[in-house]
Write a protein that binds this ligand. Structure first.
Ligand code: MF3
Ligand code: CO
Length: 250
């Protein structure tokens, strides 16, 4: 599949989809507290998304049964909300959400620590975010995708973290997942040449220990093989003639 270049009108719509998703994440982050269940987060998230006139893009996607992916502690991504799963003080909670606004998608993830977390948790969440920002330093027209991937992966690896290899970021637009695939590590390839009008969901998934992951029997939830913590940070990014625009960040 070719990588789509969005027209000015499409960029307007993606900008609005991104702006709304930033607000959804802000509201969810404020609501998060011990004693809530992961299903409470999902229900609240769906309500907020619909209150902005958007559709939750994850709901029903390849059979995914919820609007928000809620992944706790050793869960990397795609945790399925559950009424029996209670959030506790100190938990590392990754929230991943996507919305559709007038046919255009945005996708973003945040990792929160509930209350006072351990130093291990705080460092992991910080380095995961930093690795994203390291990557987007290279998100400029004329650069190559491989530069973003290598910058993310090398930043986290140099600090002793495990960089997940089994999942990656992606192009985004009228579909949640479009070309290209965006790995979070150096594949040794230059990759695609970036052009203004490309929209990319860049999403490092970083582990405190090993990079290796496995899937639970629910066929969605990805967990670390060693049971240690994982964090996820994602924004939908627009490539321009100058600085990239972070559509899902205010
Ligand atoms: N942000 C994730 C991704 O891009 C979540 C989508 S998976 C879904 O893969 F099935 F839950 F939608
Ligand atoms: Co994504």
């Amino acid at each position: 599949m070719p990588v789509s270049i969005k027209s000015p009108r499409e960029i307007e719509l993606m900008t609005e989809a991104g702006r709304i998703l930033a607000l959804v994440h802000e509201e969810l982050g404020k609501a998060l507290r011990p004693g809530m269940t992961t299903l409470d987060i999902d229900k609240l998230g769906e309500e907020i998304i619909r209150s902005y006139g958007c559709i939750p893009s994850f709901l029903g996607y390849n059979g995914y049964p919820a609007s928000i992916c809620v992944s706790l502690n050793d869960e990397v991504v795609h945790g399925i909300p559950n009424a029996g799963r209670i959030i506790h003080e100190g938990d590392v909670v990754s929230l991943d959400a996507g919305v559709i606004y007038k046919g255009y998608h945005s996708d973003a993830a945040r990792t929160h620590i509930v209350g006072e977390g351990t130093k291990e948790a705080k460092d992991l969440v910080r380095v995961t975010e930093e690795s994203f920002f390291e990557g987007i330093k290279y998100a400029r027209e004329g650069n190559h995708l491989g530069e973003i991937s290598a910058a993310i992966g090398n930043y986290a690896r140099a600090r002793g973290y495990g960089v997940v290899r089994d999942l990656c970021g992606h192009g985004i637009g009228t579909n949640l997942h479009e070309a290209p695939e965006i790995t979070n590590f150096d594949t040794g390839r230059k990759g695609l040449r970036l052009k203004a009008g490309m929209t990319l969901a860049i999403e490092p998934m970083i582990n405190a220990g090993t990079w290796q992951v496995r899937w639970l029997d629910d066929e969605w939830t990805v967990v670390t093989k060693d049971g240690r913590l994982s964090a996820h940070y994602e924004n939908t990014v627009l490539i321009t003639g100058g600085e990239p625009k972070l559509l899902t960040l205010r």
